[in-house]
Design a protein around this ligand. Sequence first.
Ligand code: DX5
Ligand code: ZN
Length: 223
Amino acid sequence: MEKKISPSLMCADFLNLGEELKKLEKGGIEYLHVDIMDGEFVQNYTLGTDFVKKLHAATDIPLDIHMMVVKPELKLDWFEIREGDYVSVHYEAATHLQALLAKIHAKGGKTMLAINPGTPISVMEEVLPDLDAVLVMTVNPGFAGQKLVPQTLDKIRRLRKWLDESGYGHIEIEVDGNVNYPNARLMSEAGANIFVAGTSSLYAKGTDLDEEIVKFRDTINLK
Ligand code: DX5
Ligand code: ZN
């Protein structure tokens, strides 16, 4: 499966975002990860509906909208979704999960089911036909700069195997949280193919975005 990079824009330099977007486009970045937090599902606030609109106007790179909010069913309509954008919703937050996934598809989006480190992969069994991707959280969501929850590496491996063996080999696996270079390599080996790049890699202090993109791509392609 093609390995893709999804830089976490909550870690970007907002005062210099236009320039950074140009660098991401030049680097062939596949997705832009947009963290939506509501202060309730997670204890933080980040990006929102207007930012999504502005990104759509500024770039053709598809978005990867990560909704860390309670009752996502009631909030999906607030967002402008462009054909080809990924929308991830948390298993732990949704009540009418299947209906929500169907609605994302009806709006032209691609579906991604996010699961926290403590949530088993088995919970997604009945919605596999509705999924384009699974987001395996490799930290507990809410903040950048956390440490990997180590057992999530084996979780990625088991998920990839289960999907491949049950006729869902097309479902992509994204990883989010402490995706530094050594972890990215292990996650890639385990079967992840979309990598959220935050303060652990592309946006580490004092780094050059252009150089980091090349280094990151080499790492996930196991070069
Ligand atoms: C939350 C975010 C964070 C973060 C990832 O969903 O996506 O996990 O920005 O970057 P790190 O963990 O490297 O700071
Ligand atoms: Zn995220």
